[in-house]
Design a protein around this ligand. Sequence first.
Ligand code: BDR
Ligand code: CA
Length: 311
Amino acid sequence: PQKIIIDTDPGQDDAAAIMLALGSREEVEVLGICAVAGNVPLTLTSRNVRIVCELCDRRDIKVYEGASGPLERPLVTAEHVHGKTGLDGPVLPEPSMSVERQHAVDFIVETLMREPAGTVTLCALGPLTNIGMALRREPAIAGRIKRLVMMGGGFFEGGNITPAAEFNIYVDPEAAAEVFAAGMPITMMPLDVTHRLLTYRRRVERLKAIGTRPAVALAEMLEFFERFDVEKYGSDGGPLHDPSVIAWLLKPELFSGRDCNVEIETHSPLTLGMTVVDWWQVSGRRPNATVMRFADDQGFFDLLTERVARL
Ligand code: BDR
Ligand code: CA
């Protein structure tokens, strides 16, 4: 199996991504899950990671706490999307498993420096703060990581927290800028992809019909989560962002895109956190990421349903 580290700020869609990974044991080995502040503050994202691990009966997963806020700015959260706990929807018990003593950033650096170069994939589902911090501490990790696969940004679709910016990048644009400048292989899953992965009622019902505890809890999370988009955009189902990262690892053929240069806006108050994607290769700047644009949405939901059923 491919060795992965998941860096996350759950978030119902983060929970779906963790479940997709844990349900795919033949393909991915989760070396650890790092919590970062984002959708809700760190104490809650750490709690939520552990709730999801316990829900999947995986107390053996190592959970690390990372940054409690962005590199250079105050934290912006998204309770308006995810609810007060970040994981609103199902009623779930408080977690009893503990957090590792090691800081998430030290865990990331140590793992990447210890494991053979090109063997560990980093999956980023929240603001890029932990990864930015890890790069500042040990720039050599850029040459050792197999690939960073991250959910964030948007270009043809615009933004979801401001007209120009997607939430994960907006929360910590400095970290994002440093990550995109670091020279590591990056696959980016922007809103252009995730706005095609809609949680239609029939898809949520199909998950619920599996009948297991993790599947029913996930369906209830998605019912809460989609409420926001149904009310806001009138679509029957909200975009399921973060599992696209894990789905790409499992079945890259579900997605298509191209290598582009991506730069992050860190100054303009109007467009702060914007991902400037040179899709048409007009800038002459070197590609630094593989940017996805299209997805087979039914194939994606089939995969998610099949893997959650294995939990
Ligand atoms: C991203 O922001 C968060 O609210 C979601 O969990 C996802 O990672 C989408 O913009
Ligand atoms: Ca997230």
